[in-house]
Design a protein around this ligand. Structure first.
Ligand SMILES: [Zn+2]
Ligand SMILES: [Zn+2]
Ligand SMILES: [Zn+2]
Length: 224
């Protein structure tokens, strides 16, 4: 019986706390609603790192429809120069939740730079498939040679490569074989928005355009 009494007391404490929590959340929502116009990236970051508010609630009250966009906004461009625990080189580290306090990245000794991570993966891959380090270096050399060739060959020649045929066809597929400006189908060109990554284009480097729209990009000259 004594246990039952104790449980009852605890239960009523929990119910009181729940009520207060609900009131607190409502106050927060009202406050943020009022100040919606002033909410900037710092406040988003504050909610991401410095409060115990649930991600789903934070994204909701801050007017960011999805939790993912809340996290993305908070972390975007918020990298810290940090020494790699393997090679010691500094690299840009994008913190996870709970790793920042008052805009300062908490010190940890297991952060590895992207280069060391990829080398590690390469070693594991080689070990798994029994590739010797000599072989691996040779492959790397061939890959870099190929990339250099794609990057620096004359552009008309580049457009004839198997690489470009594949990349541009994938872009058309992604665009559902429609012009990404006017939605028309028919003959579709793939236009480079930037040539920076020629030879290893990112999806966002390319835009699929019909002949008419493409001509607008190039003052009527039709090239890819
Ligand atoms: Zn490193
Ligand atoms: Zn078009
Ligand atoms: Zn173009």
């Amino acid at each position: 019986m004594e246990i039952k009494e104790s449980l009852r007391a605890i239960e009523s404490t929990i119910q009181r706390a729940k009520k207060e929590l609900a009131i607190g959340e409502q106050e927060l929502r009202d406050y943020l609603q009022e100040h919606k116009k002033e909410i900037d990236i710092d406040i988003i970051r504050f909610y991401y790192w410095d409060t115990s508010l649930k991600t789903s609630i934070a994204s909701d009250v801050l007017g960011l429809k999805k939790a993912a966009s809340f996290i993305g906004k908070a972390r975007k461009g918020y990298g810290f120069e940090y020494p790699c625990c393997k090679c010691g080189n500094k690299f840009k580290y994008y913190p996870k939740l709970g790793e920042v306090e008052n805009n300062i990245l908490l010190i940890k000794d297991d952060r590895i730079c992207y280069k060391c991570v990829s080398e590690q993966q390469q070693r594991e891959y080689n070990a798994k498939w029994g590739i010797s380090s000599q072989e691996s270096e040779e492959r790397q050399r061939v890959y870099e040679q190929r990339l250099n060739a794609l990057k620096y060959m004359p552009y008309p020649e580049y457009l004839k490569t198997e690489h470009w045929k594949e990349v541009s066809q994938r872009a058309r597929k992604r665009a559902n074989f429609k012009c990404q400006l006017c939605n028309s189908s028919g003959l579709l060109h793939v236009h480079h928005r930037t040539y920076e990554n020629r030879g290893q284009e990112n999806n966002s480097d390319l835009i699929v355009l019909c002949e008419k729209c493409h001509a607008k990009f190039h003052d009527k000259k039709v090239v890819e």
